[in-house]
Design a protein around this ligand. Structure first.
Ligand SMILES: [Zn+2]
Length: 424
């Protein structure tokens, strides 16, 4: 029976898959530093017989495309993307894009990790490291689910594109570039760490930078100056109140109404000032705020602009020296995977066969890349993957037993979706 053949192949390859994941984690692929990992990935796919398209974001002009996020200070000449394709000789099944991101968020102070963040150490059921959970384990599942199908003596009867992208954690422009380059399929699977649930909906996210001025004087005469850091603090408080109002309205939302405070505001980076005994003349705060699926980015931006303008008007200095808002990074719509697609039905059956229980759904208060395929190109985009803990935190880890099961579920899904024939 198909499930048993695939299970045998996934189990037989799992030690190798774990070693592959360790290799992935050892690349410190934070933003702008993904190229060595992507070069390695391209070689891995080529060695498996995929035809590989490797390119950098700097080669493409995407600024006119729906879903594009602006970037002010990032070098795209080293932002390598990889697409491995295996074409069926005479396709009879349904094609598939299987995609994962390899960029990871910064580690924070490494002293607070119990082992170095790029060690890839495995301890019992857990494999440790920044990106181990989100989502290098998902990338290993993509590659090894397809390996298992081959090892089981089967060949897909539809085209498959295996994509590893960057920029998922900040813009989504990596995923967008694969579409700009023309890759399409009948369905898309992204194995983010969802703990084997399907993502029904995710919120949108916007990034912006507040730029606040001040008047530098010696602190001895602070009353004659203006402190840009304290002004920024006022704006942060105003944006927190704005977010509370958004969350009160979100209680009526069909997808997120049941989730307390689904929209999060985060002042994530702050810099400013030059000297402890001078009132700071400048302050910049990089912020992130969520929005509901179905609401427009334009409206959400206007809301933020109105909030900041009102807070500035109420302040003696900022009323005459209004702060700037710079939209830089994520300008990401929310997305709903409409229930009832064939792709979701096939995945649910694969999940049921492997886990012996129905596939549950989740609603995510963070973005993922599915919006590009689902929202702008109407391909059913399934976000379903293994289990990770402490993603974006200290001691991030991948849960290996769940990874093994999810790899099998993906192998079952792919064989059923794309179709297979016996080799030799
Ligand atoms: Zn992720």
């Amino acid at each position: 029976m198909m499930l048993d053949r695939l299970r045998q192949a996934v189990d037989a390859g799992f030690a190798q898959q774990t070693a592959f994941l360790t290799e992935l984690v050892k690349f410190p692929s934070t933003r702008g530093e993904e190229a060595p990992l992507q070069d390695w990935m391209a070689r891995q796919l080529a060695a498996r017989g995929y035809s590989v398209d490797r390119y950098v974001l700097g080669d493409l002009d995407m600024s006119h495309l729906p879903g594009f996020s602006p970037v002010l200070d990032t070098d795209y000449s080293r932002a390598v993307q990889v697409v491995g394709t295996r074409r069926a000789a005479a396709p009879t099944g349904r094609s598939l894009i299987i995609q994962g991101h390899v960029d990871v968020v910064p580690t924070g102070p490494t002293a607070l990790w119990s082992a170095p963040p790029f060690s890839g150490d495995a301890k019992g059921e857990w494999l440790h490291g920044r990106g181990a959970g989100d989502m290098k384990q998902g990338v290993s599942a993509m590659v090894f689910a397809l390996d298992a199908i081959r090892a089981a003596g089967l060949e897909l009867t539809a085209d498959i594109h295996v994509q590893t992208v960057t920029e998922e954690e900040c813009t989504g422009n990596g995923a967008l570039s694969t579409l700009a380059r023309g890759y399409r399929a009948d369905a898309v699977l992204i194995p983010e760490p969802t703990d084997a649930t399907i993502t029904r909906a995710h919120v949108g996210v916007m990034w912006f930078r507040l730029r606040v001025r001040g008047v530098p004087v010696h602190v001895a005469r602070a009353q004659a100056g203006s402190n840009a850091i304290m002004s920024a603090y006022q704006l942060i408080l105003a944006l927190q109140r704005h977010t509370e109002q958004l969350n009160a309205a979100a209680r009526q939302d069909p997808w997120f109404g049941g989730i307390p405070d689904p929209l999060k505001f985060n002042p994530g980076v702050i810099r400013g000032g030059d000297w402890a005994s001078s009132t700071p003349a400048w302050c910049e705060v990089d912020c992130r705020i969520g929005l509901l699926p179905g609401s427009t980015l334009e409206d959400a931006r206007r809301g933020v602009e109105r909030c900041v303008a009102e807070a500035a008007r109420a302040d003696g200095f900022m009323a005459n020296n209004p702060p700037d808002i710079i939209w830089n990074g994520f300008q990401a719509d929310g997305y709903v995977l409409e229930p009832g697609s064939d792709a979701e039905r096939v995945l649910a059956e694969a999940h049921q066969a492997v886990f012996g229980a129905p596939m549950e759904e989740r609603r995510s208060t963070a973005v993922n890349d599915t919006r590009f395929y689902g929202l702008y190109h109407h391909m059913p985009a399934l976000c379903y993957g293994p289990r990770g803990i402490n993603v974006h935190g200290f001691d991030e880890a991948a849960h290996l037993p769940t990874l093994q099961q999810v790899t099998l579920a993906i192998a079952c899904f792919v064989t059923e979706w794309c179709g297979v024939r016996e080799v030799g």
